[in-house]
Design a protein around this ligand. Structure first.
Ligand code: ATR
Length: 275
């Protein structure tokens, strides 16, 4: 039986094993996919042991994505640009190729939702690993501007410098949110998941043309999405679709086939609603 895992800390509440079981069933594949809780100090050894035991592929989540990229023997351009890997593909020997499917997953979900990026003004709140992972793929769609707003503005500035698109990408402090101006697309990418750390959204930021997307999903996205709905956003959605699509992209890289995602997304939504 082909063996896959999710490495992270913590991982107990991850929906990835459920999602991958649905995908495998679509093709009649017999596979195992388990969550493995591993602290950074033990990650290298655990990954090596998994390869030795014949592991075919792994997903990696917080806080191990950057470390995963460093442990890989080769990286795809997406993983290299993000400086982080969420998908490890087994190579001959005990070697791994690191990829990053977060950005691809977001773009597939944007397409499903009809969220346009080209020539639009994007505002991203947050400048951590999540933002770093999606910045390159978003830039490829030629937005007019991407404004990164962060509590620690130096981190936003760092992403601007790394982006290679100074001018198109700008850095702002969260303290100056009131002056950022209008967002065609507003993305919430902080880990202040209850959003209680976030200032109120200024009127100029969100209007009836704005679409808002939270990279988190379920309860963790509620506070932000409630704020943008109150502000009159045209669309306010959580990142459940991105979660399922990035998983489908991982599956594609491991198996060479892309699973259907619509029913999986809807069933997962129901599962979350049922608690
Ligand atoms: P991730 O990989 O989820 O992006 P991260 O790299 O730790 O995690 O980044 C967390 C992001 O959430 C950062 O942008 C962080 O802001 P700082 O760079 O200033 O730390 C942001 N964040 C976390 N808690 C926050 C809060 N209470 N208010 C505003 N921003 C917050």
């Amino acid at each position: 039986m082909d063996s896959y895992v999710l490495f992270g800390h913590p991982v107990a509440h991850s929906r990835s094993p459920w999602i991958h079981a649905q995908f495998a069933a679509q093709f009649g594949y017999e596979q195992s996919y388990e969550s493995v809780d591993v602290v950074p100090e033990h990650f290298e050894e655990t990954l090596w042991n998994f390869a030795e035991a014949g592991g075919r592929g792994a997903n990696v989540t917080l806080p191990l994505k950057e470390q995963a990229a460093m442990l890989c023997d080769e990286l795809t351009p997406a993983a290299a640009r993000a400086g982080a890997a969420n998908t490890l593909i087994r190579l001959p020997g005990q070697r791994w190729r690191g990829d990053n499917t977060d950005g691809a997953g977001l773009l597939v979900d944007f397409e499903r939702l009809g969220i346009a990026v080209t020539e639009r003004r994007l505002v991203i709140i947050g400048a951590g690993g999540a933002t770093r992972g999606i910045l390159g793929p978003l830039l490829e769609l030629a937005p007019r501007q991407i404004v990164i707003v962060n509590r620690t503005p130096e981190r936003a500035l760092q992403l601007v410098l790394e982006s290679g698109a100074i001018g198109v990408v700008q850095a702002w402090s969260l303290d100056d949110l009131a002056s950022v101006g209008h967002a065609d697309v507003l993305i919430h990418a902080t880990s202040a998941y209850r959003a209680d750390g976030l200032p109120p959204l200024p009127d100029e930021l969100v209007d009836a043309e704005t679409v808002a997307y939270d990279l988190g999903y379920g309860a963790s996205a509620e506070a932000f999405l409630a704020q943008v709905r109150r502000a009159g956003a045209r669309l306010a959605v959580d990142g459940l679709g991105m979660l399922v699509e990035q998983a489908a992209e991982s599956f594609l890289r491991w198996r060479g086939v892309r699973p259907q995602t619509a029913a999986v997304r809807e069933n997962l939504r129901r599962l979350l609603a049922d608690g």
